[in-house]
Write a protein that binds this ligand. Structure first.
Ligand code: PBG
Length: 310
């Protein structure tokens, strides 16, 4: 950054731009002397409407953003942590300086007439390409059918309205960001629709040698979320999950300081469910993530994850 300007690189979807506006507002309150500018990019994940696994993984939504940061065309990147791969290190030369306060981690159902999953007729088509959602829907609602659905949340809502499916599943936090919570017909509890690793968390990524920007934004971070994400991302790293893995889980820092992590691994048909839940006790968050991952590996997680093509 220059002394008083931070250039923020972002994907140009409505959700990504709303995320940047949140960062700008929080930064303006914390450091009123710093100006911000937005540098928009389009990622391969935004352009490609086919199967994401054919694009080489979740990096599809982060690659071009990382490149702009590393090239010095921007000073700060805002990422949905959910979209940041954990099976490989962060791009060399970059670090997360802060994780913002966490939003709702649950998934929502959107049905034009407001029906819940229980109320939908058998054979109703649910638009989702997420193996995590497909597997868990197969467990609770085997009578419903999943059909592939990609594109940013606004485009998915348009496709729903055009009749391409009867209902959608989308993250509550994403709908909040684009101002479309009015479309929600049901919010699914985490027991039956376990969220993805990193759900509802925005991370602020900087160049590791740019201490000026790191210091400027570090104060936006939330200490509890830092612990939760450290545990969740270590779990994903140890499991070596890929973009199409049916891995779900969330850590929770309690008010009294205790930290727990629940995680699940599913076969796509939902017939195999591996489940682990542990409290950190004296362990640091990353070691908790390792411990829960090992518990899942002991239950056979490697075989379940590796049978899914990616
Ligand atoms: N895969 C796209 C994506 N990345 C992050 C979110 C939701 C917001 C978040 O969890 O940060 C979404 C949309 C969705 O899954 O409905």
């Amino acid at each position: 950054m220059s002394a008083d300007l931070i250039r923020i690189v972002s994907r140009s979807s409505p959700m990504a731009l709303a995320q940047v506006e949140r960062v700008r507002a929080e930064l303006a309150a914390l450091r009123p002397g710093i100006r911000t500018e937005v540098v928009p990019v389009t990622t391969s994940g935004d352009r490609w409407m086919g199967d994401l696994s054919k694009l080489g993984g979740k990096g599809a939504f982060t690659k071009e953003v990382d490149a702009a940061l590393l090239a010095g065309e921007a000073d700060l990147a805002v990422h949905c942590i959910k979209d940041v791969p954990a099976d490989r290190p962060l791009p060399a030369g970059t670090v997360f300086a802060a994780y913002l306060k966490r939003d709702d981690i649950r998934d929502a159902v959107i049905h034009p007439e407001g029906l819940t999953l229980d109320e939908m007729p058998a054979g109703s088509r649910i638009g989702t390409s997420s193996v995590r959602r497909i597997a868990q829907l197969a467990i609770t609602h085997p009578e419903l059918e999943c059909v592939p659905m990609r594109g940013n949340a606004n485009r998915r809502l348009e496709k729903l309205d055009a009749g391409e499916c009867e209902a959608l599943m989308l993250a509550v936090s994403g709908l909040e960001r684009i101002g479309r919570t009015d479309r929600i017909s049901e919010i699914l509890p985490v027991d039956t629709m376990c969220p993805p690793i990193g759900a509802g968390v925005l991370g602020l990524q900087c160049r590791e040698d740019d201490t000026e920007t790191i210091d400027a934004v570090a104060g936006l971070g939330d200490a509890d979320v830092w612990k939760e994400i450290s545990a969740e991302r270590m779990l994903l790293h140890v499991l070596q999950g890929h973009c199409n893995s049916p891995i779900a889980g969330y850590a929770r820092a309690e008010r009294d300081g205790r930290l727990s992590l629940r995680a699940r691994v599913f076969s796509p048909d939902g017939k195999t469910v591996l489940d682990a839940h542990e409290w950190a006790g004296p362990l640091d968050p990353a070691t908790l993530g390792t411990s829960v991952a090992v518990a899942l590996l002991r239950q056979g997680a490697r075989e379940v994850i590796d049978t899914i093509p990616h």
